[in-house]
Write a protein that binds this ligand. Sequence first.
Ligand code: GLN
Length: 547
Amino acid sequence: MANRKNNHTRYIFVTGGVMSGVGKGVASSSIAAILQARGFKVTSIKIDPYVNVDAGTMNPTEHGEVFVLRDGTECDQDMGNYERFLECSLSQHNYMTTGSVYQTVIEKERGMFYKGKCVEVVPHIPYEVIRRIKKAGQHNKADIVVIEVGGTVGEYQNVLFLEAARMMRMDLPGKVLFVMVSFLPIPAKIGEMKTKPTQYAVRALNSVGIQPDIIIARAPVPLDNKRKEKISIFCNTRKRDVISAPDVESIYDVPLNFEKEDLSGNILQKLGLKPRKKDFSKWRELQKQIRNGERKVKVGVVGKYFATGSFVLSDVYISVIEALKHASYKANVKLELSWVDSEEFEKNPAKLSELKKYDGVVVPGGFGSRGVEGIISAIRFTRENKIPYLGLCYGMQLAVIEFARHAAGFKNAHTTEVNPKTPYPVIDILPEQKTLLNRSQYGGTMRLGSYPANIRANTLAAKLYGTNNLSERHRHRYEVNPKHIARLEKAGIVFSAVSPDRRLMETMELPQNIHPFFVASQFHPEFQSNPFNPHPLFYGFMKAAQK
Ligand code: GLN
């Protein structure tokens, strides 16, 4: 049972076929979740084929949200799904990119680790990948490691990771499983579900020496028997191993949907593991909760407009969206989310009154100056009109600026991120960060990962958390400027959570006799919410919005 030496650990590689964006991350999370529900210790790894060493320097419009782990690792949003599905906290061991793998191999080579050998792409790169996968298994004391290989088979970028997977299977017979998440389109003109792209994708995988053991067939509707038969014959898999995965209402329906075809039993059998238990009650409970909400709650997320071509990228705020959903499940309401482009308020301030139609307003994290004045006006509107407000990171900094300007008499107060010459830099960079920034070392200038804070008694934060301390994840460069704190407090801002050394303001709020719910945090609470345990700040916000 124990697997300190990794001998008993099993590995499941999840690869994508046909195209991206069909829910490989959710499928991987769900596979891990159903195995966890069968009593196994499961951990998940994401492999990103980018040359970037981590996701920290990637523009969110290219890559979606940058998720932050407790240890400060900046990674892919799929890691957020793993944590939410497994109710766990992952670390740097659970994430790798092409860049990080090469970096290690090059560092080892420079350190004579290879003892003068010619270091080659194959096998040394796959060896390093395998070493990391095993390490993650050990570190998490996992019985089963689920490894999601980013990208789609047939792409040049992920070949070395697939090579590592193939080598692992050869090394550990019976202990490595391959799952391919495919997509079956229904072309509008034909109206028939097509299996051919899946057949090609399996052949592409075959060409690198891998035969999928299980095919997850994503499609708009469930697979019929005929499609299953076709895939079975042409893709060399038993019918039982072709899992129908139709579109569902909520991503949290996927684990139970997989179980309809006994996927966990099937996987355990293939890996030679005896099921230890079967407890899907929390998933069933959640499924009910998701559907229970009757009363609508309208939430407006105000920010700069993120677009790729003519599509809005809500992926950028995926954890915020999920955290709002989690809170809505628990509060028994139906969440109606809208994106509000702050630049519209700059062009036409009369539009601000449209914010009245929302039961609550959220300003999420962000960087740079675009749309900032519009956001500040929106925050002022929610403050003056007593609309519940939740600010996240930039959403706290801009709320402090708004308050400084309009309630504390700091004319033209700003953050030095946007206006370095402001007379009142209420948000500023800490001196130690300045030297790094001057050297353009952007990779290391942020406050990243979990930090503790003390919560002040008799504040809204204390009431919501129900404790006198917290530990939350960060990702930002700027802080509330200690020089201005006293005057801001005198004007009515309450900094309800502060770092243990009292230098850093972690949350701000307005007293409830002034505003029903005005709370903002310097950290990102959304990273620690899961559907079984909604985050207290989001839950408090949702309850306030419900009123
Ligand atoms: N731009 C701000 C900072 O760097 C806020 C960052 C954020 O919202 N994640 O401090």
